[in-house]
Design a protein around this ligand. Structure first.
Ligand code: SF4
Length: 480
């Protein structure tokens, strides 16, 4: 098939065609070992359009796009709307966390409880939206109709929640996803092995017939490590972990020293976390006792290799996948992928990049008065000196809070990254329609990656500090 039949724009951006041809080739490759393509493409190359190259060659396979944040969903939905305007009949759906979509604002476990009541003696107390979505073990006509509307109209998650006036949006997403060609899932749905088995079975997805497209793929290592780890603060471990384990890094050693009776006692109050802790200890994970107790796996390669070997094709996309060889080693423990690294598409003469030599976010100097004044002077320069919208990203929420009041003092409207992801779409809509505002967020947060700022809406971006993780003992272990 021709790429042009699926590509939804008039012109390719610089290096975009090269990238899409590489994706097309990977998806059409017939080999015993499932192909993996890792792409490093800076902002501006148009990575989202890789979906058109995937669709062009997918045949009957399902496409699962794996996203880190809910705000990335709209970017992909928009791309697929455009592909459909070319006359291509692509069915798309998504699965967003139950807590975000719940009509009653219930937590996951409260919802589970209400669902259990369905069809039982206390049915009157169950969730009315769930009742309206079911007809015994099958979906109701209302839920099927809403799922049909989701596939036909491709509403954003917010809009879908409004649209489901009688039914449960989560049930509707589930029904629609079973019938979709492209399904947008989050990192946990795919990288958590236990959850993956449940979700893929629910949605009737056969892993061998799946093309995985992972966006912002530089986050995979951290995501897998945090899924396969557990942390207890000093406070939480006071009663059942002896003081003298500080400094231990071996799980076998820790296992020998902890008091099993007390562990069993603790498990009665927090069963899920304790089960995970014991499972990880028995799997010879690394232990850190720097702050409380952290037990986990720092090597994502066994998990990731198993996943990419079991699907048809994997495409990994990132704007900061550099150096690719190092990521390949980290993710697969050796050679496993084809790699493509593209240059920055913007002409050098159009880029003004300024670096401050004096301001620092190094912990030893961060709170020094002179340094704070230096950072404030640069923020003032950005906010006052640039006409139009400016985005400022800090290295942590703590830093953001330290400087938020200062950023409000220049008469521009200030949008602050919300803690609750449900508030992001509304905030982004308002920011994108403003023309002289300040957006403040956190590197690696909800507003700095995978978000589309269209039509030159941002006139300047300031990154305060180097957004690297703290160089802890754990980080040293990963590097080694
Ligand atoms: S069934 Fe749906 S609407 Fe009802 S509590 Fe659960 S998530 Fe909320």
């Amino acid at each position: 098939m021709k790429l042009e039949d699926w590509f939804p724009y008039e012109h390719f951006r610089p290096y975009q065609r090269e990238m899409l041809e590489a994706v097309k080739e990977a998806v059409s490759t017939k080999s015993i070992q499932s192909p993996v393509l890792m792409i490093n493409a800076p902002t501006g190359v148009g990575k989202t359009s890789c979906i058109s190259a995937v669709l062009c060659e997918r045949g009957t396979r399902k496409v699962v796009v794996v996203l880190r944040t809910v705000s990335q969903i709209e970017v992909y939905l928009e791309e697929i709307r455009r592909i459909r305007e070319k006359g291509k009949n692509v069915k798309v759906s998504y699965l967003v966390g139950r807590e975000k979509m719940c009509k009653l604002d219930k937590s996951y476990s409260a919802c589970e409880y209400l669902r259990v009541l369905y069809g039982k003696e206390h049915e009157g107390e169950t969730c009315p939206y769930y009742t309206a979505s079911r007809r015994g073990r099958r979906p109701s006509e209302d839920a099927l109709l809403d799922a049909f509307k989701l596939i036909r109209d491709i509403p954003s998650p917010d809009r879908l929640k409004e649209m489901c006036s009688r039914t449960c949006p989560y049930e509707v997403m589930r029904i629609a996803s079973r019938d979709a060609d492209v399904i947008l899932l989050n990192y946990n749905h795919v990288f958590d092995e236990e959850l993956r088995d449940i979700v893929f079975e629910w949605l009737d997805i056969d892993l061998r017939e799946t093309i995985l497209v992972v966006d912002e793929a530089h986050n995979i290592g951290n995501a897998i490590s945090s899924i396969n780890s557990v942390h207890f603060s000093d406070e939480e471990t006071r009663d059942w972990i002896p003081e003298d384990v500080k400094g231990i890094t071996s799980s076998d050693e820790l296992l020998k020293r902890i008091d099993i009776d007390k562990v069993v006692e603790k498990a009665e109050s927090d069963e899920r976390k304790m089960k995970k802790f014991l499972k990880l200890l028995h799997s010879h994970s690394i232990v850190s006792t720097e702050s409380g107790i952290w037990v986990g796996e720092i090597d994502p390669s066994p998990h990731l290799t198993k996943l990419v070997d079991s699907v048809s094709v994997t495409i990994m996309l990132s704007g900061t996948f550099y150096p690719l060889d190092a990521y390949e080693l980290y993710y697969f423990g050796g050679k496993r992928a084809d790699k493509l690294s593209l240059p920055n598409p913007f002409p050098r003469e159009n880029r003004l990049v300024l670096v401050s030599k004096n301001a620092t976010t190094h912990s030893s100097k961060r709170r020094k008065r002179q340094n704070i004044e230096e950072i404030k002077a640069h923020l003032e320069g950005m906010i006052e000196g640039i006409e139009g919208n400016v985005a400022i990203y800090f290295t942590s929420y703590e830093m953001l809070e330290d400087y938020a009041d200062f950023c409000e003092g220049f008469g521009k409207r200030v949008f602050i990254e919300p803690k609750d992801a449900r508030e992001v779409p509304k905030l982004l809509r308002e920011f994108i329609h403003s023309n002289n505002s300040v957006l403040i967020g956190v590197c690696g947060g909800k507003l700095s990656e995978g978000v589309d700022y269209p039509r030159g809406i941002l006139k300047g971006v300031c990154v305060v500090g180097l957004p690297f993780s703290a160089y802890t003992k754990m980080q040293r272990c990963i590097n080694e």
